[in-house]
Design a protein. Structure first.
Length: 345
C-alpha cells in the first residue's frame, strides 16, 4: 500500500538564506581565511605568527641566556694587536702572543678554555679554507702545559658534515693529540642566545654545549677571501657558533658579521696568516689561490685585526669591508689600527 505523502506542518518555514545572511557567512569565511594567511606569513615577531626561522619555536620555552664577557685587560693599552712574522707556525704564534703580553697574562691555572677554529668545510689544510692544524696543536699544548689550563675544548658547527670537516682539515686529530677535547654539534647542543643590540640575531640558536663552565675563549680564523663580505677573518669566524637557518643572513652579510662582533667578547682573537686564500673564498679548492702570508695575529681588538689583515694579508688597500665600520659603530673596536699594533719579526 502506498505511503501517504508527508507535508510540513502549518508552522514550518523553509531554510531560506537572505542576501544579508549570505554576506555574513562570506565575511566569516573570508576572515578565517585571512587569519590563516596572516598566521602563516606574518613576520615572526608579530602577534600569533607561526613563522619559525630559527627552528626554536617548537622547542620547550625557556629564557634565552647571555654569554659573559670573556675579555681580559691588555698589559699595555697602547698595544691591541700583536703580529708574529717569520719562522714556523709555532714561532710566529709565540711572537704574536709576546707582543700582547704573553699567554700567561690571559689564561691562568685552572681555567677552562674554548678554542673556536674555522672548520667550516671538508677541505685539506693546504687549501686555506680552514684553520692551520699546526696552530691548533701549538695553542692547545701551550694552554695545557705553559698556562696550566684545566681543560681545553675545540668546537665549531661546520657548514658541511662536522665529522668529515674535523677529519679532513686535520683539526680534530691535532686538537686531540695535543690533549684537547673536540665538541661536535648535534640538535640538542643548541639553545637560544640573547644578544642585546644585535639587529639580526638578538635571539638566535647558539652552539651552547661546549661553553658550559668555560671562562676563557679564543677564536682562530684563517685569513681568506669571501665572495659576499670580501673577507673572512677574525670576526666572521664566530658565524660557526650559530644554529638554525643561518644561510638566510647572506642577504645582509655585513649586518650579520657586525652582529657577531657583539655576540661574543673573546679573551683573544687569532688570525691565521700562514696560508692566505686570496680568491674563490670562502670554500677555496684550488691550491693556486693560496699564498704564504708569513704572519699570525693575536689581539684584543677584532676590528683593528681584521682591518690590518685585510690590507696586509689579503693585500687590498683602500676602503675596508662595510662590516668593519658597522662593528665599530656597535662598539666592538676601532678600524684605525695605527700606533696600536706591534710586529715582531
Amino acid at each position: 500500500m502506498k505511503k501517504p505523502k508527508q507535508y510540513p506542518h502549518a508552522g514550518y518555514q523553509g531554510d531560506y538564506l537572505s542576501r544579508r545572511d549570505v554576506l555574513k557567512r562570506a565575511l566569516v569565511l573570508g576572515g578565517v581565511g585571512a587569519a590563516g594567511v596572516y598566521l602563516a606569513y606574518a613576520p615572526e615577531h608579530h602577534p600569533l605568527s607561526l613563522r619559525d626561522r630559527t627552528g626554536l619555536r617548537g622547542m620547550p620555552v625557556e629564557d634565552p641566556f647571555q654569554l659573559p664577557d670573556f675579555r681580559v685587560a691588555a698589559t699595555n693599552r697602547n698595544v691591541q694587536v700583536g703580529v708574529g712574522r717569520g719562522g714556523t707556525a709555532r714561532e710566529m704564534l709565540l711572537k704574536a702572543l709576546d707582543a700582547v703580553g704573553g699567554l700567561a697574562h690571559f689564561v691562568q691555572p685552572g681555567d677552562v678554555v674554548l678554542i673556536k677554529p674555522n672548520v667550516a668545510f671538508d677541505r685539506s689544510p693546504n687549501l686555506g679554507a680552514t684553520t692551520n692544524p699546526a696552530i691548533i696543536d701549538t695553542l692547545v699544548r701551550l694552554l695545557l702545559v705553559d698556562a696550566r689550563a684545566a681543560e681545553v675544548r675545540v668546537a665549531d658547527n661546520p657548514i658541511e658534515s662536522p665529522a668529515d670537516c674535523f677529519a679532513k682539515s686535520g683539526i680534530g686529530a691535532a686538537a686531540e693529540q695535543a690533549g684537547g677535547r673536540v665538541y661536535l654539534p648535534d640538535p640538542n647542543a643548541f639553545e637560544p642566545l640573547y644578544t642585546p643590540g644585535a639587529r639580526l640575531i638578538e635571539q638566535w640558536a647558539f652552539f651552547k654545549r661546549p661553553f658550559k663552565n668555560v671562562n676563557k675563549v679564543i677564536g682562530i680564523a684563517p685569513a681568506k677571501d669571501h665572495n659576499l663580505c670580501h673577507a673572512s677573518l677574525g670576526i666572521k669566524n664566530w658565524y660557526g657558533l650559530l644554529g638554525g637557518r643561518r644561510n638566510q643572513f647572506h642577504q645582509d652579510i655585513h649586518e650579520i658579521v657586525s652582529d657577531l662582533s657583539i655576540m661574543i667578547r673573546p679573551t683573544l682573537t687569532i688570525v691565521d696568516g700562514t696560508r692566505v686564500l686570496m680568491e674563490n673564498g670562502p670554500t677555496g679548492g684550488d691550491p693556486a689561490n693560496v699564498r704564504d702570508g708569513n704572519a699570525i695575529l693575536v689581539g684584543l681588538d677584532p676590528v683593528a685585526m681584521d682591518a690590518w689583515a685585510f690590507e696586509h694579508l689579503l693585500l687590498r688597500p683602500g676602503r675596508l669591508p662595510e662590516y668593519l665600520y658597522k662593528a665599530e659603530q656597535k662598539g666592538s673596536g676601532k678600524v684605525n689600527y695605527t700606533d696600536r699594533i706591534k710586529v715582531i719579526t
